[in-house]
Ligand binder design. Sequence first.
Ligand SMILES: [Zn+2]
Ligand SMILES: [Zn+2]
Length: 434
Amino acid sequence: MAGAQVLQRTAALSSTGLSHHPARSKMATPHPNEHAMSAAPGLANDPQTAIRDATARIEAHLIAIRRDIHAHPELAFEEVRTAAIVAAELSRLGIDHQTGVARTGVVGLIRGGRPGPVLAIRADMDALPIHEQTGLGFASTIPGKMHACGHDIHTTTLLGVAAVLHDLAPRLAGTVKLIFQPAEEAIGGMSEMIAAGVLDGPKIDMALGFHNHPNTPAGRFDYTRGPGLAAADTFSVTVHGVSGHAAHPYAAVDPIVAAAHLITQLQTVVSREVNPLQPAVVTVGAIHGGEAANIIPDSVTFRGTVRTLHAEARDVAEAAIKRLCAGTLEGLRVRCEVEYRRGVPALVNDDRVLEPTIEAVRHQLGDVVQERGPSMGAEDFALMSQLVPSFQLGIGSGAPGRHDRLHNSAYQPDEACIALGVQALSRAAIEILS
Ligand SMILES: [Zn+2]
Ligand SMILES: [Zn+2]
């Protein structure tokens, strides 16, 4: 974690916890690394009850934190206020942490009572450039910025996990690394966190991510085996022709007609070239060219995205797009300049993390987990999934009677998903590190 500006080593004297919660002030615990189950008096021996009770004690506090973060959204790499809230909570809990990791990231460490592997649990903190239209009392106070992807929920959920696991640390055989990441929406935060060394010191053996899913009701959870989210590449093509009078096309080389042909040809990449058992999307989302009805312009530029779940389909699509663009010189007399940029890879869920996690969620909350198909959306947790065995858990956040969507200006997740997510992820950590 080179580049970290502050190392806060808050002595783990006691789990002072969330001070305005009277129930927790009774819990003044000895050093959490003492191995007796009774290290946190008042916590039941069976993990289900211990986690449920510990979560219930902090739920109201977590919702207050979430509403505070929600009212003050910060875009990618601007998460200064949010990171300060995270750091203050970790300090209060007595959890070692570093701030300023990849600019605004925060990384905390909970050492278990016994040695064992290192499990990372990751949350993202950034908001979106959307003008909130919920009309809620704690709606965004910043015009044009909103937590419409629920990263306020994620940040708060991981703080809840931190509080619960800190209390239960004597039961952990291993270490939990809490990763609060900036800039997921800009798809840059995770690569900077990795460059800053988040995988090391101590070295991460496996990683658990999570995302709220409004199309799954709060109280339920979902998962996808193998590739769950797509690789997201982008391309920009400039078609160079020769400008001229619209009445004399034979004296010009029309890049608009060529671009129209080319865009239609690109639809054959998925239908004719990629293995149909490997999902792929090629979308052209922008096209610009020309100024007037009676002029053939010099050039047309269009941009698009390629989404794939498999490395083979990704290679095939990239090669096909470049080849079709190159072919226009011979066929249509235009020269294409292609800029193809690979973005995040597919997020591949590893059974070694997936299986114990969904088992743990069932142990904690019952028969509430369902499998679902992959999505062609993308997410930069995928970068971590390439380097260590990883799994991203879907946490249902749909509120009764609502039909919310992520990135929508009226998005209102059911806040019950915070405490449920805390229970699920805490139990997963306890069982994975057992
Ligand atoms: Zn998003
Ligand atoms: Zn998101």
